[in-house]
Every structure is written in C-alpha cells, then in structure tokens.
Design a protein around this ligand. Structure first.
Ligand SMILES: [Zn+2]
Length: 284
C-alpha cells in the first residue's frame, strides 16, 4: 500500500480540541496521544477499529491528561506497548492522580476511571520500529509541560514528519499553567533548526504546520510574558482587576482563536515564574 496514512481524531472544545493521530501502516496502527474525555476516547477507539488493523503501539508525547488519559480505554481490547520518553513516563506517574483530583469534579464520568501508565520508557533519541515505520523520540525536559518530547516518524523514502505534542499550539491559546515559559522559549529556539528537515509537524492542538509554527509560538509566549510581567508588577500574581486586560490583549493577538480560558489559567503560574527569576539585564 501507499502511505503510511496519518489520520487525525480531534476533540471538540470541552476536550480542548486535542488531536490524536492514527498512523496507519501495512501491518497495523500506531496511535500518538490519546485524548482527554471518555466520549472522545471511545470515538478514537472506534476510529482505530474502523481501520480494521491491529493496534501496534501507543506513543505519548508529554504528561498532560489530554494526551495520556485515553491509553486506558485503548488497551481494553489488547495490551500493547505504550511508549514515552523516560522523563515523560516518570512525570505521568507523578501527576496523574493529582490531575484526577483536580479535574474529576469538573468532568465527572467523562474523566476515565483509571490511568494506564506508559509501560515502555524510552531513552532520548531511542528508535522504535513497526514494519516500515520508525519512530525516534527526542526528550526535551520542561517546556509546555513538566517533561516534553516529540517523535519523528520515518517511513521508506518519504520525508520524515514529527508529532510535536504541545511544543507549539497552532492557532489556539496555549496552556502555560505549568510555569515553564522560560524553558519553553529556550526549547523553541532549538526546535526550528532541529526539525528543519521534517516535512510536516503534527501538533497536539491545531492543524498540521511547518517549522514557522515554532516562531509563532515564541512570539505568543514573549508577548504573554511581557503583559504578565507588567500586570503582576513582580508580585507573582495577576490581580483580578488586570485579568480583563490580559484576556483582551491576548485575544487581540490571536483573533478568533479557541481555548481563550487558557489565557487566565496560566497567568499566576507565569507571574510566579517571572517573580522568581532574576530580571534580564537592561539592554539584553
Ligand atoms: Zn494538550
């Protein structure tokens, strides 16, 4: 067959519009990231079954529930290897129960009953093969989350593609509440050159993109940090009276973009990060 084919399952707004990717090869299907809510996970599972090929493996890019929550549902038919960079697997172990406590009251029965943890941790730059598919993991440390990574997929003579998790949101307001915006900016600096030979970038939120998506994400974060810096006055929190201004400014920066509630969600985390970090020297 031609291919591989990359199919996308995208959640609606309650599920954060998160993308799960189904990489269909001759011998079966590899799923990259697994969605957040039970109804979406069931739909993703149905999509896997509709391809009428075995599920070969699941890859998880980073330790946020909209990416790892669905593993439990997908392995109900048959347990498969669940790969993640070692730091990502470790972080999922550390955050999954706290995330459940934080979000279960909001989502109720839509939050999966159990967490299935990655069972196959990978060293940085390790390769995993499924027939003609080769995935190479790149472990990046804290950026959008406490432990980010991406996977490059090579298949035959085709240009490689990459599944970049949430290292760049494409046309949506990003999650900044883990408070690593400085680390994220540093990571973005290297990604564009590191992934220069990659044809298509498949983000966790938004449409497939080229390497310019990293520069866009960088611009967004720089602007957001400057606003938060001014509105928090170095106090480690953005006061309620300044929230509307932050919201309006970021919505003007990315007109019509979804996930607007992310703007306020991360404000105090970034304010705290800025308050704790030494100010850049003048003129830098
Ligand atoms: Zn996400």
């Amino acid at each position: 067959m031609a291919g591989p084919f990359v199919h996308t399952y995208r959640a609606a707004e309650p599920g954060l519009h998160v993308n799960s990717y189904l990489v269909e090869a001759e011998a079966g299907v590899v799923v990259v990231d697994t969605n957040l809510l039970v109804s979406d996970i069931e739909a993703l599972h149905a999509r896997v079954r509709a391809l009428n090929k075995p599920l070969l493996a699941i890859l998880v890019t980073h330790p946020h529930p909209d990416h790892f929550n669905g593993v439990f549902g997908l392995v109900q038919d048959s347990e498969v290897p669940v790969y993640a960079a070692a730091s990502v697997a470790r972080a999922i172990g550390e955050v999954a129960e706290a995330k459940r406590e934080q979000w279960s009251p909001t989502y109720g029965a839509e939050w999966p009953a159990k967490t299935y943890y990655p069972n196959s941790p990978l060293a940085n730059r390790a390769e995993v093969r499924f027939g003609e598919l080769t995935f190479t993991v790149r472990e990046l440390g804290p950026a959008e989350s406490h432990a980010d990574s991406y996977f490059v997929l090579s298949a035959g003579g085709r240009a490689p593609v990459a599944f970049i998790g949430d290292l760049a949101f494409n046309g949506m307001h990003p999650y900044t509440a883990d408070g690593h915006s400085a680390g994220w900016l540093a990571t973005l600096d290297v990604l564009a050159s590191e992934l220069a030979d990659v044809g298509t970038l498949y983000p966790g939120h938004g449409d497939p993109a080229g390497p310019g998506v990293f520069a866009e994400q960088r611009r967004y974060l720089l602007y957001y940090r400057e606003l938060v810096r001014r509105l928090s006055g170095g106090q480690g929190t953005v006061p309620p009276s300044a929230r509307a201004e932050l919201d309006a400014a970021m919505q003007a920066f990315l007109p019509g973009a979804p996930l607007t509630w992310m703007i306020g969600l991360g404000a105090d985390a970034v304010a705290g990060e800025l308050a704790a970090a030494p100010a850049a020297p003048a003129g830098s």
